[in-house]
Ligand binder design. Structure first.
Ligand SMILES: CCCCCCCC/C=C\CCCCCCCC(=O)N[C@@H](Cc1ccc(O)cc1)C(=O)O
Ligand SMILES: [Zn+2]
Ligand SMILES: [Zn+2]
Length: 483
């Protein structure tokens, strides 16, 4: 099956000639060196209250230095928002075209030196790969977006359609000071976006064992989340005469019950069904037949999806126990035990429904529930012929990755800064133009995160083409029919 972007037919551009996405040797060297320099700035978010603010400020200086044309061209306005985040407004020639946004973040999660093959903030190049925290999540996007714009401006490109580039500084700790403030600022200015492109999905390769070909998944929604703290208070005392049950034991039994009772499989009411239907013909016999007849084989396929952690996360609400605290001394029975968990909510369920299920599984009145934060899954963005953002991504994937034959909508199992922009657009697309294999996925927030020089160049090329593709006068197909 060769899937085609159906919504963008006819003439591509009027007036301006297209700039080929070919870069000189010196430009290619400069772009990889610029990425290495960005990786060397340790812009770590430790918690909502603790980040390396010196590095965040230094990053602002760094992008000014390496992208001088972006900062000196009159059609580009630059603002710092929330102290460290950046908002660029690129003024297009035609105000009748609705603007869009390219979104990325330059804060990173911490990395401990000793586990890595190369120091995580070295940006070292080895065997064609640039190593370091942020090479996939998400300084690659930050740098590629600015790099593509720099190269377009150097070639005297002036966009027709206005667009915003928003670069968050606190995505890894929820985006409240960066992305959310940028969103509020644009809302106050009365801006509505045609669409937005952020991180959150890839050209995925090797996540489904019998599927040999990679496919591009554009995430059109993301799971909801609850950070939940469970607490048990009991009478403290001397460990030499312990009671039958302690706060630690009661809490441990409660969280163990949660681990033993997974949330229900929601495959039947989720978008993974659509994703697999798009992919059906790519599978060998008999999986192709099974996936083409989900009305019959749904129970079988939903069980197959549970077999690996990533596809399992796509069919159900997941609960990860992430913090466990109790006790101060070996011979003191503590009064309080606390366990914190990170719950990711499947779109077919709500925060309230999940909390109800969790309480029923714990089924112990001595366990208190404290919701630290919670939000439902994000609205599903359109992926039909009329969806401009989706169709532009599809078109650009086809031209930059001609070997990728399937582009499919999907769901992001993590959360992204894009969730702060639902007030500005219904078209939120999470897609990084990079191949991702399971071992790459493990390196994100893990060890030895790296990007190949060639993959980074291709990411710059993708954005270079996407910006030009967005300068289209083509209307969604249904509008064309009305003309
Ligand atoms: C047929 C299906 C095959 C599926 C293959 C899927 C492969 C994996 C593809 C994408 C990976 C998902 C990448 C997730 C990016 C999420 C970025 C992130 O880590 N975000 C943080 C943000 C956050 C949210 C809330 C907080 O309080 C702090 C941070 C996250 O934890 O989600
Ligand atoms: Zn990220
Ligand atoms: Zn991350």
């Amino acid at each position: 099956t060769v899937s085609r972007p159906m919504g963008l037919r006819g003439k591509q551009q009027q007036g301006t000639s297209r700039i080929p996405s070919q870069f000189h040797k010196e430009e290619r060297v400069a772009m990889k060196e610029a990425l290495k320099g960005a990786i060397q700035i340790p812009t770590v978010s430790f918690s909502p209250k603790e980040s390396n603010t010196t590095a965040l400020a230094e990053f602002g200086e760094y992008i000014r230095k390496v992208f001088p044309t972006v900062f000196s061209t009159s059609c580009v306005q630059h603002e710092v928002v929330g102290e460290y985040s950046h908002l660029f407004t690129v003024q297009g020639l035609d105000p009748s075209l609705q603007p869009y946004m390219l979104l990325a973040h330059f804060d990173v999660v911490p990395a401990s030196e000793e586990d890595w093959e190369v120091p995580p903030f070295s940006g070292l190049e080895r065997d064609g790969f640039i190593y370091g925290r942020g090479t996939l999540d998400n300084k690659n996007s930050v740098m590629a977006i600015l790099q593509a714009l720099e190269l377009l401006l150097i070639r005297n490109y002036i966009p027709r359609r206005s667009f915003f580039i928003a670069l968050g500084h606190d995505e890894e700790v929820s985006g409240m000071n960066g992305a959310q403030k940028i969103s509020a600022l644009l809302q106050a200015r009365g801006i509505q976006l045609a669409f937005l492109v952020d991180e959150g999905s890839f050209i995925v390769d090797g996540f489904i064992p019998s599927l040999k070909k990679p496919f591009a998944m554009i995430s059109v929604s993301e799971k909801g989340a609850i950070n939940l703290m469970l607490q048990v208070n009991m009478t403290p005392g001397h460990s030499s005469a312990p009671p039958k049950e302690t706060s630690i034991g009661i809490l441990a039994a409660a969280v163990s019950r949660l681990e033993q009772a997974p949330m229900p499989n929601m495959f039947g009411s989720g978008s993974l069904k659509t994703t697999l239907q798009h992919l059906a013909n790519e599978f060998p016999f008999p999986t192709n037949l099974i996936l083409s007849n989900l009305w019959l084989f749904q129970p079988l396929v939903s069980r197959m999806m549970e077999r690996n952690y990533v596809t399992n996360a796509m069919v159900r609400t997941t609960i990860a126990l992430t913090m466990f605290n109790a006790g101060v001394k070996v011979n003191v029975i503590p009064s309080t035990a606390q366990a914190t968990m990170n719950i990711r909510i499947h779109p077919a369920q709500t925060v309230q429904e999940v909390l109800e299920l969790v309480k029923n599984i714990v089924a112990d009145d001595r366990v208190q529930f404290h919701v630290l934060s919670a939000f439902d899954s994000l609205p599903v963005s359109p992926s039909d012929d009329q969806a401009l953002g989706y169709q532009l991504l599809h078109q650009t994937i086809r031209s930059v990755f001609p070997e990728v034959s399937v582009v499919t909508p999907g769901i992001c199992i993590g959360n992204t800064d894009s969730r702060h922009f639902t007030n500005l657009t219904t078209g939120i697309y999470r897609f990084n133009p990079l191949y991702l294999q399971p071992q790459d996925f493990s390196s994100v927030h893990g060890i030895n995160e790296k990007i190949s020089v060639q993959a980074y160049e291709t990411q710059v090329k993708f954005i270079f083409e996407l910006i030009q593709n967005a300068d289209t006068y083509q209307r969604p197909v249904s509008d064309l029919h009305e003309l």
